[in-house]
Write a protein that binds this ligand. Structure first.
Ligand SMILES: NC(=O)c1ccc[n+]([C@@H]2O[C@H](COP(=O)([O-])OP(=O)(O)OC[C@H]3O[C@@H](n4cnc5c(N)ncnc54)[C@H](OP(=O)(O)O)[C@@H]3O)[C@@H](O)[C@H]2O)c1
Length: 193
């Protein structure tokens, strides 16, 4: 699911790979790092309780490959020079990826002794059911600010809608399954949603 987008992003960068500008290099590195991190997490961190069906896998792989390829192709026309928003995007990306990883680790740690679902604790799980989605979104907002192409803002909005719907469903599932699930915990955005 994540290796194909990585290859697509690298392949579409081929024409400009030998003469990268600073903004182009940072955007490409961030994109490749995102997909590489996800490949490594899927291989070595997540402890899945079962396989994903092939149709869902193909649908998600196609979507991510399209986004990775388009983001990399658009990076042929990068921002001329870094501005304040560019560095804010870089900061969002670093914080988003780091905290997304941390919450993936907290989830994986729940599976040390059991394959069951437990109530996650620690980090931003104190406030929301899916902090890993929240920080994934912060990363993609960072990528949009690094790229400054309309497509990346639209990709961010699409992912926001998708992950908001998934986190609302996850929260409803936790509430139905665990009577003791903390009442103040929201789905995606602390104190709001
Ligand atoms: N950009 C996008 O549009 C997008 C969309 C979706 C995902 N993603 C990325 O992919 C990451 C993973 O997504 P996902 O939908 O697979 O997340 P998820 O359903 O929360 O699952 C992540 C891992 O944690 C385990 N897990 C979840 N809740 C648990 C609980 N209560 N107790 C014990 N283990 C639990 C899952 O096990 P099971 O396999 O048993 O459920 C799985 O191994 C996201 O955080 C994000 O970084 C990105």
């Amino acid at each position: 699911m994540y290796f194909l987008p990585f290859l697509a992003a690298l392949g579409l960068a081929w024409p400009y790979l030998t003469h990268l500008s600073l903004t182009q290099a940072i955007m490409l590195m961030a994109l490749l790092l995102h997909y590489a991190k996800r490949c490594l997490e899927v291989l070595f961190l997540h402890k899945y309780s079962g396989p994903m069906d092939i149709l869902t896998t193909l649908a998600i792989a196609s979507f991510y490959t399209l986004v990775g390829a388009a983001a990399s192709a658009l990076n042929a026309a990068p921002l001329a020079r870094p501005d304040g928003l560019f560095w804010l995007g870089a900061a969002f990306f670093v914080v988003g990826e780091s905290l997304n990883f941390w919450h993936h680790k907290l989830l994986a740690d729940l599976r040390q002794k059991t394959d069951l679902y437990l109530i996650p604790q620690g980090g931003w799980f104190a406030w929301v059911a899916c902090p890993h989605y929240l920080f994934e979104l912060l990363s993609w907002l960072g990528l949009a600010l690094l790229s400054r192409h309309l497509f990346m803002y639209l990709a961010f909005v699409g992912m926001f809608g998708y992950l908001l719907a998934r986190s609302l469903k996850t929260l409803a599932w936790y509430r139905a399954k665990f009577a003791q699930f903390p009442k103040n915990r929201k789905a995606l955005l602390p104190f709001l949603l």
